[in-house]
Design a protein around this ligand. Structure first.
Ligand code: ACO
Length: 321
């Protein structure tokens, strides 16, 4: 039995912040941001708009695309590192909004790898017969955690949500998933505040993304190279067998390095980072949805989804569409 993707959806908040807009906020330039990251604009959630609000829009679209009713879902997973509340989980809030029956629902916090992690959990539940239909969402409001005075991080991130509905099928499907983590790198990329550490008497309760970008960059390129090899080897495939790369969208230079490693032309790579910025766990499902709805991906194509993020966490999924 395989887990097959039968519906996808995405949602981006209306408000767009361009690099030119950021020039008014911090000492930066459109040229610096574009050359170093490939980002030209990002979407920002409106005042009061939460991760669950974005998730709901993407989830409704994916459910409609799949042609399923809320009661058909056996398990709901939300990859997020920016939940509405500490608890209940965003998955529980979303389950209620969607009018789903009492299916299991939980969040997965693996930073930017959250959707790939959630996909790997969904794949296991479907393969072992415990669940038939699983809704997997990646949703974030990363901009809520940004220090808009810190030019090294505030130019990088955006908000959004993507979703996919998976169903049990005898035809492939997800061929394999691979997840890894190394907490030894936690100091290179973190939000250094939390419930048991206590909050600080600063703006946003001391919440802000801190990143040693240069060092993260090097580990990301190296690690993504290794996960790509691991995934191909697990499926006895060669680089040439892949039709599409759907990478996490943090930085165009990291994406190009992974494509080079796979000897893939950029025509085979789904790129949204220019318009979305880094939307963390939402980036892979949004890129997948965009590529599917554009008609670029055809039935039978082999897709490699991959992500790398805070933790560090990283993962990949090989999908026969
Ligand atoms: N505008 C202008 N100058 C800037 C800006 C800015 N927005 N930000 C930093 N600079 C300056 C720095 O101060 C530094 O100046 P200095 O040389 O005078 O000290 C210079 O630009 C170079 O800074 P670097 O950090 O070395 O720049 P780099 O080329 O590494 O690019 C970037 C930075 C874009 C962050 C890159 O390192 C990167 O993309 N890293 C990986 C990000 C990533 O993949 N994160 C993982 C996922 S995120 C998650 O999990 C939540």
């Amino acid at each position: 039995m395989y887990a097959r993707i039968i519906g996808t959806g995405r949602y981006l908040p209306e408000k767009v912040l361009t690099n030119k807009d950021l020039e008014q906020l911090v000492d930066t330039s459109d040229q610096w941001i574009t050359e170093r990251t490939g980002i030209r604009q990002r979407h920002v959630a409106a005042e009061g708009q939460t991760t669950c609000d974005l998730a709901e829009q993407a989830a409704r679209q994916a459910m409609e695309d799949a042609g399923l009713k809320p009661g058909d879902i056996d398990l709901l997973l939300v990859g997020t590192t920016t939940p509405d509340l500490v608890f209940p989980s965003t998955a529980c809030l979303l389950q209620h909004r969607m009018g789903m029956a009492e299916c299991g629902a939980f969040d997965i916090n693996a930073a930017c790898s959250g959707f790939i992690y959630a996909l790997s959990v969904a794949d296991q539940y479907i393969r072992n017969g415990t669940a038939r239909n699983v809704l997997v969402v990646g949703a974030e409001t990363l901009t809520r955690m940004l220090d808009w005075n810190d030019r090294s991080t505030c130019v990088l991130f955006g908000d959004g949500a993507g979703a996919a509905v998976l169903t049990a099928d005898e035809n492939p499907g997800i061929l394999s998933t691979h997840i890894h983590a190394n907490g030894g790198y936690s100091d290179l990329l973190k939000v250094d505040v939390g419930v048991s550490r206590g909050f600080r008497a600063e703006a946003r309760g001391g919440v802000s993304v801190s990143m040693k970008g240069n060092e993260v960059f090097k580990v990301a390129v190296n690690t993504l190279g290794r996960i790509v090899d691991e995934t191909l080897a697990a499926n006895n495939l060669e680089k040439e067998d892949l039709d599409w790369l759907i990478p996490h969208q943090a930085n165009l230079r990291i994406i190009k390095a992974t494509a080079r490693k796979l000897k893939m032309s950029m025509d085979q790579v789904v790129v949204t980072v220019d318009r979305h910025g880094n939307t963390s766990a939402a980036s892979v499902p949004m890129a997948l949805d965009e590529a599917l709805r554009s008609g670029a991906i055809k039935r039978g194509d082999k897709l490699l989804l991959e992500a790398f993020g805070g933790g560090f966490t990283w993962g990949a999924a090989l999908v026969a569409y």
